[in-house]
Structure formats: structure tokens, C-alpha cells
Ligand binder design. Structure first.
Ligand SMILES: *Cc1c(COP(=O)(O)O)cnc(C)c1O
Length: 354
């Protein structure tokens, strides 16, 4: 730290992204990326825009915004885009939480929530998941601030049915509920239609996972026009060009070929079911996942050892050292072939151990 660094941030612990080592070719199952490439038309749309990089991007993302509105049956003024949904979450935290309106989120959830809260000097409460790693909305009832829920949750993969979530939104019209739907396309139930009914509901989404765009950085929020306008005020106070030309064009092309991406989600969920079954046959406890990853642990092989041994064998998975989940690993679903290799390597490891 330099002596010039503002005291406001001297104790800030930044987010640690999943590792991206270059020492060898890994099977990458550690950052929940899609194993499938963009549709050819998407890469072409981005390449066409690359020839116009001398011009600023459209701050309103008009074409993309109109296509999104059509896809999700909302109006263009109900949509805002971000440089990944991480940016949207940061803006939403700033817009809807402060000293007087603290944040609440689960003790085990997306690691960026506490970072954004700390960076923006917003007090927060971490509410423990139940023993079975589910969220109990009862635990949030009466909380006097802004609630953030990842649904399905990460890294557990567990989905909270909308019927269970809805009362939490309905009973608290004075505070915003932010639902982070990064994984919803894989088998969750989106809260987007409910944004028409509840002016305090903000649904946040991303093209990173289900739409093979992690490297393109495109996230969004959908909600009541007044909530979206608040986020826009902050976005125009930071960077109106937050979505670059190539990404905006790619996003529009994706929505024109959305069937391809939704089919990929189905393929991934078939592979997920197979992987879950194989891991269970090897004695792993696997949480019920509605996402493109599984969260699994075994009494025969501790979490950290599994992570290290697989890395030596060229397979990356994500281990978290948090006490409650240190015996688990989050494993992204890759292609069927990649998952067969994973299962084969775990089998070999278990044979050596017993
Ligand atoms: C991946 C992820 C995000 C953010 O993804 P972006 O790439 O920034 O769009 C947000 N929330 C959760 C729970 C995630 O897993």
C-alpha cells in the first residue's frame, strides 16, 4: 500500500477471482464459464463492430435494449445494462443501500457482495443458511434494509422457489429486494415477471454463464422504471459507455439466436445430472443444483486435497476455505467428455486413498 492510498480503503479486502493459470492447458471447471462457444453470428457481429472502434458506443444500447424488452416482455425503460452484472450489483448497492439502509445477504453466497458493501461503506448483516444450505426467508423478515439474494444461490446451486420468495418482497414495500439471477437460465424460476407487480424488486442477470459471454462482460437489471432510472443516474455519473460496441453488438446477436443458448443450457443440465449421479456413486454428497455447477464434498477425500490433486492432474475446480464449506468444492459443468475425465480422475484418486 502506498502512503497515498485513501484511508477509506485501507482495510478493503478485494474479491479473489477464480485462478486463470497459464502453466499448462487445464480443464477449466472453476469459474462457471460455458463450455460452448458463442454462436458464429455473435462472433461476426462483434468483429464487424471492431472496425468502428474509433466511435464511442451507444450509451443507451438501443438495439440491445429493445431486443431485451421483447425477450423478457418488459418496456425498454425497465432495462439497464452493465459491464458484467458485477457492475450492476455495485451500482444497485450504491443506489439502494447506505448507512441508514444496511444490506442483508447469506453467509454463504456470492463473494462480491461483502466486497461491494465494504467499498461503498454500507453496513451489512450476513444471515446464515440453514444446515442443509437452504435460505429461509423467515430469517430476513423484518430486516430494516436492502436484501440481496442470489437465486439460485452460489456456490450451493440451490434454488429458492418464487412462491417462497414472493412474500418477502410483498411484505416490505419500503425496501428494495435485489435478486441476482446469474444462473436462472439453467433451471431456476425468474423473478422478472414479478417486477411488474412489485416496484421494490430488482432482478439482476448476466450473459456470462448461460449465454457464453463471460469474456464479453454483459450484465443487466430489470425492474420498475423508477428503480432503473436511479441506477441510470449513477451509471451516467460513472461511465455512460460501460458497454462497449463489440459487446453490445454481440448481445443483440445473442438475443436473435437465443434458442442456441437455451439449448446449450439444456445440454449442460443433462451433463450436470450425469455428473451428480456419478459423484454420488463415488460417495460424494452433492447439493441439489439448478445451475451449471455442482457443490460436492466427500468424507473420503477432504475438499482442499481434492482441489490440489485435481489441479496436479490438469483439472481446475473451485475450493473455498470458509470454515462451513471447506470440505466442499464447486465444480463447473463442462462438456460430457470433460466431465468423464473428471470422474475418471476422482475414481483413480479414491482408489489410491483406500
Ligand atoms: C458470475 C456471477 C455474477 C457476475 O457475473 P458477471 O460476469 O459480472 O456478469 C453475479 N452473481 C453471481 C451469483 C455470479 O455467480
Amino acid at each position: 500500500m502506498s502512503k497515498y492510498f485513501s484511508g477509506r480503503f485501507s482495510s478493503l479486502t478485494p474479491y479473489v477471482p477464480g485462478e486463470q493459470p497459464r502453466d499448462m492447458q487445464y480443464i477449466k471447471l472453476n469459474t462457471n464459464e460455458s463450455p460452448y462457444p458463442p454462436a458464429p453470428a455473435v462472433a461476426e457481429a462483434a468483429a464487424r463492430e471492431a472496425e468502428r472502434l474509433q466511435l464511442y458506443s451507444d450509451p443507451e444500447c438501443l438495439e440491445l435494449r429493445n431486443l431485451m424488452a421483447e425477450r423478457y416482455q418488459v418496456k425498454p425503460e425497465n432495462v439497464v445494462f452493465g459491464n458484467g452484472s458485477d457492475e450492476i450489483l455495485d451500482l444497485a448497492f450504491q443506489a439502494f443501500a447506505d448507512e441508514a439502509h444496511p444490506l442483508a445477504f447469506a453467509d454463504i453466497t456470492y463473494g462480491f457482495y461483502p466486497v461491494f458493501a465494504q467499498k461503498n461503506r454500507i453496513p451489512y448483516t450476513e444471515i446464515p443458511l440453514k444446515n442443509d444450505f437452504t435460505i429461509d426467508p423467515e430469517d430476513y423478515r423484518g430486516f430494516p434494509g436492502t436484501i440481496v439474494l442470489a437465486n439460485p444461490n452460489a456456490p450451493t446451486g440451490i434454488n429458492l422457489p418464487l412462491s417462497v420468495l414472493e412474500p418477502l418482497i410483498a411484505e416490505n414495500p419500503e425496501r428494495v429486494v435485489i435478486v441476482d439471477e446469474a444462473y436462472v437460465d439453467f433451471g431456476g424460476e425468474s423473478a422478472i415477471p414479478m417486477t411488474k407487480k412489485y416496484p421494490n424488486l430488482l432482478a439482476v442477470g448476466t450473459f456470462s454463464k448461460s449465454r457464453s459471454m463471460a469474456g464479453g462482460r454483459l450484465g443487466f437489471a430489470i425492474g420498475n422504471a423508477a428503480l432503473i432510472a436511479d441506477i441510470e443516474t449513477l451509471r451516467y455519473s460513472l461511465n455512460p459507455y460501460n458497454v462497449n460496441r463489440m459487446t453490445a453488438a454481440a448481445g443483440a446477436a445473442i438475443l436473435k439466436h437465443d434458442d442456441y443458448y437455451m439449448e446449450n443450457c439444456k445440454k449442460i443440465m443433462d451433463t450436470q445430472a450425469w455428473t451428480t449421479q456419478q459423484l454420488q456413486m463415488l460417495g460424494f454428497q452433492v447439493l441439489p443444483s439448478c445451475t451449471n455447477f455442482v457443490f460436492a464434498g466427500s468424507d473420503k477425500l477432504d475438499g482442499e486435497t481434492l482441489y490440489r490433486e485435481l489441479k496436479q492432474r490438469g483439472i481446475l475446480i473451485r475450493h473455498f476455505s470458509l470454515e462451513r464449506i471447506k470440505n466442499y468444492n464447486r465444480i463447473t459443468i463442462g462438456t460430457p467428455e470433460q466431465m468423464e475425465t473428471l470422474i475418471r480422475e476422482i475414481q483413480k484418486l479414491l482408489e489410491v486413498k483406500v
